[in-house]
Write a protein that binds this ligand. Structure first.
Ligand code: C2E
Length: 783
């Protein structure tokens, strides 16, 4: 049973018990009264006694009178008079109070007493004359006449008294039983009361415990609410946005400090119940309050129409405030205000950065592309003049490598300034690569003199610069494409200008070239080459040739370099210099490189274990992220020992993202693979690269070997590199050894390994025989 129901039941039972108690008590009182009355009736037994006593006294008087008449009885008149007097008293009693009532109940009782009194009244004078003869006898006679009546009276009284006593005893007995029953009921009620009180106490105890629990819960809830409240306040106080909430009557209910700060509202002004209009009035005249007025004017419509919205308010003080206004369900509203001035500035910066080159502040490739597209659609409509120029700095990379990137950057800024100053404001100069620029030339009325512009730009850019007190000289090559056919799009135009630039570069630099249709043929030829190259690998047109590498001291083959070949179905053999850059451009080099790696490793497993195999890696393979895995796969698939594989990289690999490249190089080294620096000496930072990574081998570029005559300045370089390799404990390989003279000189200088046509040209694996020692010493092929 639930405690509340139990309580109610106990209360009802308690009430019932108390009522029973009260009724029993009342009934007992009533019984007591009744008992008293019964007792009073018992007193009426005295009445019977009084009647008997009157009879006794009457009898005694009769005896005394009779004795007085007998001489010598000793009874005198006084004795008789006394008895007479006593009798009268007894009669008085019979005629008074309850006795009278009792006498009346006896038939003729009252008459008998009245007549007796009359008789005694008439006999009283006789008392004084008793001595006279016959008086006593007369008196005795008078008295004896009443004997029967008095005897009847006495017996009737006695009988009445006996009946009454019996009745009263019965009544008393009944009273006794009732009283006992009621008393027992009272005891039962008392016991029930005690039990109920105990039960009630238990229920009260339980209710008290529950109340205690509820109070604890209430306290915990209150504490949680308080914590929540603190958090709420902390959250409000630490919000970067200003916040305010107004109720349905437009009275302020919630706000935070930031709201006051943003709109110059002091704590005294901000109080619950204040309206927005009052806030504006109190805010005064400053910039912040002007902002509040502006924001409020925007919010008014939203408040009136009970709408939610987000908008940005530009303020007179230069701030931009983002307002998020939300209508609340009860008719009020809440708003947050965020100062997004900095964000806006950053946004503008980002937009600027997305369209402008951060170093030179010239337009970047994206903006140039957008402007070119716009200009092209205009030119298609109104046939206005449009031309683009692709500009490339000559010798910039040399300067950058020798003077360092910082000075290189300074130089680029100066170039940008000179370009900017030598074109019209309407023209657009953009920096689209390291040292590559593009120029968009427009004219609505007449064609521009592009020759003059190009010459002017070349002259301006080629004039000497002074960077950090050092004179720097560079040149400029320009490719020009003019919009003529309306079918030309931006890509075509750019490609044309690029082809023209290529022509300018290859024909001596510091010059400009206009795009000519045959260049387009070259473009088409390149496109054809690209398409053919895509099919080369699946069509089995690629092959790997192997060129021997000789040990300079032992004068025997110690390894081979794998060199790719493409047997084009119509054009015949295409050298790698021609198609590798194309494969890099169209993203095929990764697949081709993996294929060469696998072929070379497989071939090497067929040669003696002291023969190494060198494979060239392109920078694009380093960009693909999967190079290390490709090497692991090749070694695992072919079972070639890792230290027999040598990977050749050129400086251009390290130029790109040296940190990433170095990580990969270290991972390759951890596999046990050897790493060689190819074409050493052709770049400008070769020495610095030697410091950045512990290469296993330096391959001296064949351009140094070709010209090693006594007077050539190449000989000391070769000597220096060989000495450096020796000091560093690194193998040195001379490339392009074509004569015995070169061979002997290099041998004498201490070069470790030699490679070149003198020992053998690159040849297919099928032509290589290593079984006989003589062949191995001379080189396996003599082609
Ligand atoms: N004049 C002369 N030339 C000699 C002599 N000895 C060797 N050569 C040539 O010099 C080049 C040496 O290779 P490289 O410097 O790595 O230069 C290679 C290498 O950079 C690249 N290449 C070749 N095969 C691959 C390849 O599988 N992957 C990649 N990424 N590049 C490759 O193509 C370049 C040219 O390769 P090849 O045409 O095979 O040209 C080869 C080789 O045939 C000599 O005594 N005189």
């Amino acid at each position: 049973m639930r405690p509340a129901m139990s309580m109610r039941l106990v209360q009802l039972l308690l009430a019932g018990t108390v009522v029973c108690f009260v009724v029993a008590t009342g009934y007992i009182s009533y019984l007591i009264v009744e008992r008293q009355q019964a007792l009073r009736q018992v007193s009426s037994y005295n009445t019977t006694w009084a009647v008997n006593q009157a009879l006794v006294e009457f009898t005694r008087l009769e005896q005394r009178v009779a004795a007085f008449a007998v001489p010598g009885s000793g009874i005198d008149e006084d004795e008789v008079a006394l008895r007479f007097e006593i009798l009268l008293n007894r009669l008085d009693i019979l005629q008074r109070g309850e006795t009278v009532e009792f006498i009346k109940q006896i038939s003729d009782g009252h008459q008998i007493v009245r007549r007796l009194r009359e008789m005694l009244g008439s006999a009283e004078p006789m008392l004084s004359q008793l001595r006279q003869p016959g008086v006593a006898v007369d008196l005795g006679r008078m008295l004896s006449s009443f004997d029967p009546a008095l005897a009847l009276l006495a017996s009737t009284a006695a009988q009445n008294g006996a009946e009454r006593v019996a009745e009263d005893q019965k009544a008393l007995l009944r009273l006794h039983y009732v009283f006992t029953g009621v008393a027992a009921g009272l005891i039962v009620c008392g016991v029930a009361l005690i039990l109920l009180l105990l039960w009630n106490n238990r229920l009260l105890g339980r209710a008290h415990a529950e109340l205690h629990g509820l109070a604890d819960d209430l306290r915990a809830t209150s504490a949680a609410l308080q914590t929540q409240n603190h958090r709420f306040r902390a959250a409000l106080g630490n919000m970067s946005q200003g916040l305010c909430m107004f109720d349905t009557q437009g009275h302020l209910v919630v706000w935070n400090e930031r709201f006051g700060e943003m709109f110059g509202l002091s704590y005294a002004v901000l109080k619950p119940g204040v309206s927005l209009d009052e806030l504006i009035l109190e805010a005064g005249e400053g910039d912040s309050s002007a902002s509040l007025r502006l924001v409020h004017s925007q919010q008014q419509g939203l408040i009136r129409d009970h709408r939610s919205s987000v908008f940005v308010q530009e303020c007179t003080d230069g701030r931009a405030i983002s307002v998020t206004h939300a209508a609340l369900g009860d008719g009020g509203w809440i708003a947050t205000y965020e100062d997004i001035t900095d964000l806006r500035r950053v946004e503008h910066q980002i937009i600027h950065m997305a369209h402008f080159d951060s170093l030179t502040d010239l337009a970047n490739r994206v903006l140039f592309g957008e402007k070119l597209d716009q200009a092209l659609s205009r030119a298609r409509q109104d046939q206005s003049f449009l031309a683009i120029m692709c500009l490339d700095l000559d010798r910039f990379k040399d300067v950058n490598d020798t003077l360092g990137h910082q000075r290189g950057d300074e130089l680029l800024k100066c170039v940008a300034d000179r370009l900017r100053h030598n074109v019209r404001d309407k023209d657009l100069v953009a920096r689209v690569g390291g040292d590559e620029f593009t120029l968009l030339l427009l004219s609505s009325d007449e064609p521009r003199d592009l020759d003059a512009i190009a010459s002017r730009l070349i002259e301006a850019v080629s004039a000497p610069y002074e960077i950090d007190g050092q004179e720097v000289l560079i040149g400029l090559s320009i490719g020009i494409a003019e919009f003529k056919a309306s079918s030309d799009d931006a890509d075509v135009l750019l490609k044309q200008a690029d082809l023209a630039l290529y022509e300018a570069k290859t024909s001596g630099k510091r010059t400009f070239r206009f795009f000519e249709p045959q260049m387009d043929d070259q473009l088409q030829a390149r496109k054809g080459l690209e398409a053919d190259l895509r099919k080369a690998l699946p069509n089995n047109e690629l092959d790997v040739f192997y060129q021997p590498v000789m040990h300079a001291v032992r004068e025997e083959v110690c390894g081979f370099e794998a060199l790719i070949r493409w047997r084009h179905p119509t054009r015949g053999m295409i050298p790698p210099d021609e198609f590798i850059p194309v494969a890099e451009d169209i993203g095929l080099i990764v697949n081709i490189g993996d294929w060469v790696l696998r072929q070379a490793c497989e071939q090497a497993t067929r040669w003696p274990t002291d023969i190494r195999i060198a494979v060239n890696l392109s920078p694009a393979q380093f960009r693909s992220q999967a190079l290390v895995q490709a090497v692991v796969n090749a070694l695992a698939a072919t079972g070639l020992c890792a230290n027999r594989l040598e990977l050749e990289i050129t400086e251009s690999v390290l130029l790109e993202d040296s940190e990433h490249t170095l990580t990969i190089l270290h991972q390759l080294r951890e596999l046990g693979v050897r790493v060689a620096l190819d074409d050493f000496g052709t770049g400008y930072s070769s020495l610095s690269y030697l410091r950045s990574f512990p290469f296993d081998k330096i391959k001296i570029d064949q351009s140094f070997i070709r010209d090693m005559s006594e007077n050539s300045h190449h000989l000391p370089i070769v000597e220096l590199v060989i000495a450096l390799g020796r000091d560093l404990g690194v193998t040195t390989t001379a490339e392009g050894v074509e004569t015995e003279d070169q061979f002997r000189k290099l041998q004498a200088l201490g070069c470790t390994e030699l490679q070149g046509y003198f020992f053998g040209r690159p040849a297919p694996a099928s032509k290589i025989r290593l079984s006989d020692g003589k062949t191995r010493r001379r080189g396996p092929t003599a082609a």
